[in-house]
Design a protein around this ligand. Structure first.
Ligand code: ADP
Ligand code: ZN
Ligand code: ZN
Length: 727
């Protein structure tokens, strides 16, 4: 083959760690793809991979290029600007451009077979056929379509073609009339969207004014508003404003469970197309949202983490709700933070970014404090109801009944009698977190992980929460043969069961990953709670945030203390955030809320700092300590995490890495250390922690390490986590 000449070479970004892109040839039968289009190319001996064209260099330094197998599209999926953003992100997270691009790409587009993105399914809205018939009395063809869907839907418009050649168009017309929706992906909102009657509070007004007057350029604005201060209302009015400029808005939310709520609130209030994007949707549905946003058919996208990569025709603002939430950080593959990517993206395309939270992450808090972000505070609740009263309940050496102290239980009963609801919060599933021999101290552990097994009573089994392996319950202690093997500690299953014993089945709703497995169950349980009868909700983290339960007047937090022993320097920050989120659930309506914290350490300065002086003072105090210790945000961290089935091999490999770094003055290196979970699924896990005052030093060193200890050549599986949030 001749050296490739003009117009025959394409640079293709692939999911490979060793290069940003590889050169391929376009043979004569194939149409030249544009930059941003996907192609299928061969790699190695027999792999075919999807990649994205990132350059048309005209010629290649390499001889004998392999040809592109297939070009998957003629219209680019990525524009030049988005590709450059992904390149920046790749540099930041120390991965190849291709790895970053393929991380951004929804699964649908990673398939080599290139099926067209499926059409949306149409079905009727809540409009009755009678109402529709009346509304469509002058539009018989529309009525035919509506009626057919009413009987046979949901269907794609293609399957309606026997009714009309322009069925697709008719569906859109019916959508405009609010008679059909293309759920669950795209939904047109109320045509006559109206703002509610209330006037904005002073805080809301000044915050909104600030947002509106900084709508045209990059700027990060931290909406630091206590729970119930009406942040959502501010988001909505800002969204309305951006839409009125014919621009689009991306709203990020931490979790799937929170999406429907915010989605509904927004959908009632904006005049435009709204789409939701999360991992619960089918791959095809997600791909469609991508295309629609890209083509400008959707005005607002409400999305979880990976939605940060959605391409837009004319993005005008990004809003990140609950910006402190850890679920914005991807914990596998390319470990990006969607919150940080939002800021990067805002800067890259010069649009405003709004970060909202009742408990801003310390990073954002510090940026605001030092003036890099605009700090917009909302400090009053819209309904003027006071924040809940917090009481500490000393449980040291006190008898408890399935996890609850006598006092907590009486307080619960009192609230139920008054017709209220109560949330009992315990961040631990199962019956009890340990099975223990009273005679010799043996604890049931997972064979594959360095972790104690949790007893699940309804399953009659022990389960490892790290690998989900199941074990039967031993009758004797395997160490000493004693029969005195007992469960120790309380999980939500046991807590709920104790409450059911005393209050009856009707009054207790358990809300955790074992009791609530599907979005549908989630919705059912939420509806149950909203039925507004007195009840106790036993919940884990799943319930801590976002949801508004007007009748909830008391929150009991069982076992606050674990975090006090954590080695994670962020443990106090996270505990404070969680406590405030959980407390914020209480007393959102008429009644003044009450919070009971069960703790064995009521004297711990944490409580006084947080509850007497408030989150802002707490954060300032904690940041002082971080500054002294040179922890983030005053230093930048990266971690190398590695695993191998043989502990010695692992240790040797990491020790060599650490030695390689010796003499580097700018970066401090700690390790190798065992990971918090030192063994998982038979793999030993160790890590090296890097810290530097300036990011560039960190990046430089990591690059060197990557070259020298190429993960491709090593037996040990390792990866880098930039700005890690877990250890
Ligand atoms: P946050 O998200 O800050 O916790 P929300 O946005 O949930 O607070 O607002 C709490 C409640 O107050 C919501 O039911 C909302 O409809 C209502 N609300 C918002 N702004 C106002 C206002 N200015 N006057 C009265 N009620 C308001
Ligand atoms: Zn024993
Ligand atoms: Zn395990």
């Amino acid at each position: 083959m001749n050296p490739a000449t003009t117009h025959q070479v394409v640079q293709v970004a692939l999911k490979v760690p060793f290069a940003d892109h590889l050169d391929y040839a376009i043979d004569q039968a194939t149409t030249m793809p544009q930059v941003g289009c996907r192609v299928v190319v061969p790699l190695g001996r027999n792999k075919q991979l999807v990649g994205v064209v990132v350059g048309l260099p005209g010629h290649s330094e390499h001889q004998q290029l392999k040809p592109v197998t297939r070009v998957l599209e003629t219209e680019p999926l990525f524009n030049q600007k988005d590709l450059m953003l992904l390149k920046k992100a790749a540099r930041y997270y120390q991965v190849s451009w291709g790895e970053m691009i393929l991380t951004a790409l929804p699964v649908w587009f990673k398939k080599t077979d290139n099926n067209p993105v499926p059409e949306e399914l149409w079905w009727q809205t809540s409009a009755t056929p009678a109402a529709a018939k009346q509304a469509l009395s002058k539009a018989p063809r529309q009525w035919d379509v509506f009626h057919y869907l009413y009987q046979h839907g949901p269907l794609t418009s293609k399957s309606l073609s026997h009714l009309s050649a322009s069925a697709a168009q008719i569906c859109r017309q019916l959508q405009d009339k609010n008679l059909l929706s293309a759920s669950p992906v795209c939904q047109i909102s109320n045509q006559h969207a109206q703002n509610p009657g209330f006037t904005l509070t002073d805080d809301q007004q000044s915050t909104l004014k600030h947002l509106l007057s900084h709508d045209a350029a990059f700027r990060v604005m931290l909406l630091d508003g206590i729970t119930g201060s009406g942040k959502t209302e501010v988001y909505i009015r800002f969204i309305q404003h951006v839409l009125s400029k014919a621009q689009q808005v991306l709203v990020l939310v931490p979790e799937i469970g929170l999406t429907p709520q915010l989605f509904q609130e927004i959908s009632h209030r904006i005049d435009g197309q709204l789409a939701v994007l999360h991992s619960g949707l089918s791959a095809g549905a997600r791909a469609r949202v991508w295309q629609h946003a890209h083509q400008g058919l959707v005005d607002v996208v409400v999305a979880t983490r990976s939605g940060i990569f959605t391409p837009f025709k004319e993005l005008g603002a990004i809003i990140v709700d609950e910006e402190h939430d850890l679920s914005y950080k991807q914990q596998e593959g390319v470990r990006y933070s969607a919150r940080d990517m939002a800021v990067l993206r805002g800067q890259h395309i010069n649009i405003p970014v709004v970060l909202g939270s009742a408990t801003p992450g310390f990073e954002s808090f510090n940026h605001a404090r030092e003036g890099r972000y605009d700090w917009l505070k909302l400090r009053s609740r819209t309904n003027q109801s006071p924040l809940p009263v917090v009481r500490l309940q000393n449980t040291l050496n006190k008898k408890q009944n399935h996890g609850l102290s006598h006092e907590s239980f009486s307080a619960i009963v009192q609230q139920l009698e008054a017709g209220h609801q109560v949330l009992v919060f315990l961040n631990r599933r199962g019956w009890s977190p340990r099975l223990l021999c009273h005679d010799c101290g043996w604890v049931a552990m997972c064979d594959d992980c360095d972790a104690a097994l949790t007893y699940h009573k309804h399953l009659g089994l022990l389960r490892c929460h790290h690998c989900e392996r199941r074990y039967s319950l031993p009758e004797f202690c395997p160490e000493c043969g004693s029969q005195e093997v007992e469960t120790m500690g309380v999980g939500t299953e046991r807590l709920a069961s104790g409450l059911i014993e005393q209050l009856g089945e009707d009054q207790v709703i358990r809300f955790d990953r074992d009791a609530v497995r599907t979005p549908k169950q989630w919705q059912q349980s939420l509806n149950q709670i909203r039925q507004a009868r007195p009840c106790v909700i036993v919940g884990t983290q799943m319930l801590a945030k976002g949801h508004d339960f007007p009748l909830l007047s008391l929150v009991v937090v069982v076992n606050v203390d674990n975090s006090f022993f954590s080695v994670d320097f962020r443990a106090m920050e996270h505990l404070a955030q969680l406590m405030i989120q959980v407390s914020g659930r209480a007393g959102r309506a008429q009644t003044r809320g009450e919070v009971i914290l069960q703790t064995q350490f009521p004297e711990h300065p944490f409580f006084n700092q947080l509850f007497d002086r408030g989150y802002e003072a707490f954060a300032s105090e904690q940041l002082k300590e971080r500054a002294e210790m040179m922890f983030p945000p005053f230093a930048h961290l990266a971690i190398i995490k590695a695993q191998h089935h043989d502990e010695r091999t692992l240790d040797q490999w990491l020790t060599a890495m650490v030695e390689f770094c010796s003499g580097n003055e700018q970066v401090s290196v700690m390790g190798p250390l065992p990971a918090t979970l030192a063994k998982k699924q038979k793999q030993h896990r160790m890590q090296i922690i890097f810290s530097a005052a300036e990011r560039k030093f960190l990046h430089h060193l990591i690059q060197q390490l990557k070259q020298h200890f190429s993960p491709r050549k090593s037996k040990v599986l390792w990866f880098v986590d930039i700005d890690p949030v877990s250890f």
